[in-house]
Design a protein around this ligand. Structure first.
Ligand code: TYD
Length: 221
């Protein structure tokens, strides 16, 4: 098994910037790196993503929403994540199951046990070795995202049309999960300079990779 790292955080927290930097840095260190995302990490997933994020689909009920995110995840794990991990890669995913617990669980108020069951079906129990959480006050994240949208460099989707109350519940959920499992979560302040965040993330991942024999092995090959 390789190393499975996921990035979580609100809209506008800079996940994509960090993933791009990370891919470059870890590749330069000789690791086999696979970057991916949810929803939309596979061909089937791209179609599910379009459905989920289309602002015209405001009528989507929470139960349909969770099943669509989970369908995307099932395909993603089976087709892309597990095969790459089996080859000893470091897989970096922009969002994973913790998004479901934060958005559909804490945000929408769906039953957590039911979400765990659906998630187990979708993932076969695969959990990240490390969850990097970029924390940012809700208003700051939405302001960043809105600015990008106005400049024409970022999309504005169905999930971005939710209320501030919803986003605050999502953030509280992330903070609670990070606090419960500090050994698996790296919580960072997303307002820190990009380079500072990048160095902290690389340090944590390389330390983890060093203790996983097959990740080190894939690096030598
Ligand atoms: P995306 O454009 O990828 O957002 P971001 O750039 O913030 O990652 O859109 C994904 C949206 O889907 C985002 O608002 C979070 C939401 N989401 C869920 O609600 N549940 C999930 O399980 C996942 C994976 C994402």
């Amino acid at each position: 098994m390789g190393l499975f790292v996921t990035l979580e955080g609100p809209e506008g927290s800079g996940k994509t910037t960090q993933i791009n930097l990370l891919e470059e840095a870890l590749t330069a260190l000789g690791y086999h790196v696979v970057c991916t995302r949810e929803p939309g990490g596979t061909e089937v997933g791209k179609q599910i993503r379009a459905l989920l994020l289309d602002a015209r689909n405001a009528a989507l009920v929470p139960e349909a929403e969770i099943l669509l995110y989970s369908a995307d995840r099932a395909q993603h794990v089976a087709e892309k994540v597990r095969p790459a991990l089996d080859k000893g890669a470091i897989v970096i995913s922009d969002r994973y199951a913790e998004s479901t617990f934060a958005y559909q669980g804490y945000g929408r108020g769906l039953d957590m046990e039911m979400l765990s069951d659906i998630t187990r079906l979708a993932t076969g129990g695969l959990q990240p070795d490390l969850v990097i959480y970029l924390d940012l006050p809700v208003e700051d994240g939405l302001a960043r995202k809105h600015k990008e949208h106005i400049k024409g460099t970022g999309e504005w989707n169905r999930m971005d049309d939710q209320s501030l109350v919803f986003y605050n519940k999502v953030r509280d959920g992330y903070l609670a999960m990070a606090e419960r499992a500090p050994e698996r979560w790296l919580r960072l302040d997303a307002s820190e300079p990009i380079e500072v965040l990048h160095r902290e993330i690389v340090a944590r991942i390389t330390a983890l990779a060093a203790v996983k024999a097959d990740v080190a092995q894939a690096r030598k090959e």
